[in-house]
Design a protein around this ligand. Structure first.
Ligand code: ATP
Ligand code: RIB
Length: 311
């Protein structure tokens, strides 16, 4: 079984659904509120785990009521919390998510709490698992220090390093130098490159900026429009699958977890992008972020049905 490791966030999501979202000062009667495990890091690792990997998150949470939700998620999934520091003086991360039922789009306020205290030592503690992993996956819902340390360990052991630069973080440009895969959505691509991404030509220009920063492979996710990939020589676009989306929260996380799995398994890039596309497509047909991640057999069935790829 391939192994994916990296620092990432543990968050509990409180998600409210409403016929339309309130403007400032307005109160809107919602339809339902759901409560469950989330966080970009945890969602991505859950996606990788369900897609068939050993997924190891390096993180931190409190010993509070939200922490119990996260603990239960890891126990029921059979995922390791070996590198999760649990500190009773810390508060677990939380997110308030509003979903507009007209288009399933979301708005999120995230409070990172304990996730902001994942330090260099927390990541170095996991060094032996970096040494024998197959891919390193992280994002910006943890600390810059943790991301940088993970990048250094990936380089030390020559492992593919995948950075989902979400949400936007003001980091030194040098962080991007030597990164194997960067996976922004359209908004993050613009925030990091200054190029507004509205077309494939814009994707090319944004990718060029990332290449100038030293990134080797650029993957820009385009929501319901799919994904753009370039390594400067080869370019691939994969449209999103047409599905009945009920909640897109975590679509990018599903995509990244699926992508990391495929890269860890050594699949060629076009298949890896299709694998990730199927992972994300299934996730948006389900409620929740962590709980919406599909299982490997579901991804493989869809991969065959939509792309004729048999794994
Ligand atoms: P989020 O922040 O909500 O987790 P994101 O903005 O990081 O998501 P997106 O670009 O919205 O990520 O989506 C990632 C991938 O998920 C897309 O490339 C696409 O394959 C898939 N996807 C997103 N929305 C849909 C949809 N409505 N229908 C089918 N697939 C979708
Ligand atoms: O990407 C979606 C995640 O981002 C949610 O689960 C929420 O926790 C936010 O941080």
């Amino acid at each position: 079984m391939a192994k994916v490791i990296g620092p990432g966030s543990l968050i509990v999501d409180v998600t409210g659904f409403a016929p339309h979202l309130p403007v400032a000062g307005e109160t809107v009667k919602g339809t339902t509120v759901r409560f469950g495990p989330g966080g970009k890091g945890s969602n991505q690792m859950t996606a990788a785990h369900r897609a068939g990997c050993t997924a190891m998150i390096i993180s931190r949470r409190g010993k509070d009521v939200l922490g119990k939700v996260l603990e239960d998620h890891y126990t029921s999934e059979g995922m390791s919390e070996q590198y999760v520091i649990v500190d009773e003086n810390d508060e677990s991360g939380s997110a308030l998510i509003e979903i507009d039922e007209r288009d399933a789009q979301n708005r999120i306020i995230v409070v990172l709490g304990a996730n902001e205290r994942v330090d260099r030592v927390s990541v170095l503690t996991a060094e032996k698992d970096f040494a024998d992993c197959d891919a390193v996956l992280t994002q910006f819902e943890t600390t810059y220090e943790a991301v940088l340390t993970a990048k250094e360990l990936a380089a030390k052991y020559n492992k593919p390093f995948i950075l989902n630069p979400a949400p936007y973080l003001d980091v030194p440009v040098s962080l991007f130098s030597g990164i194997d895969y960067v996976t922004p959505n359209e908004t993050e691509a613009e925030q990091f490159t200054g190029i507004a991404v509205n077309s494939i030509e814009d994707c090319r220009l944004a990718a060029q900026k990332f290449f100038e920063m030293g990134v080797k492979n650029v993957i820009i996710t385009l929501g319901a429009r799919g994904v753009f990939y370039s390594n400067g020589k080869e370019e691939i676009t994969i449209p999103a699958l047409k599905v009945n989306a009920v909640e897109t929260t975590g679509a990018g996380d599903a995509f990244n977890g699926g992508l990391a799995t495929a890269i860890a398994e050594g699949l060629p890039m076009d298949i890896a992008l299709k694998f990730a596309t199927c992972t994300a497509a299934i996730s948006v047909t389900r409620y929740g972020s962590g709980p919406s991640m599909p299982y490997r057999h579901e991804i493989l069935d869809l991969l065959y049905e939509k792309f004729g790829v048999l794994l």
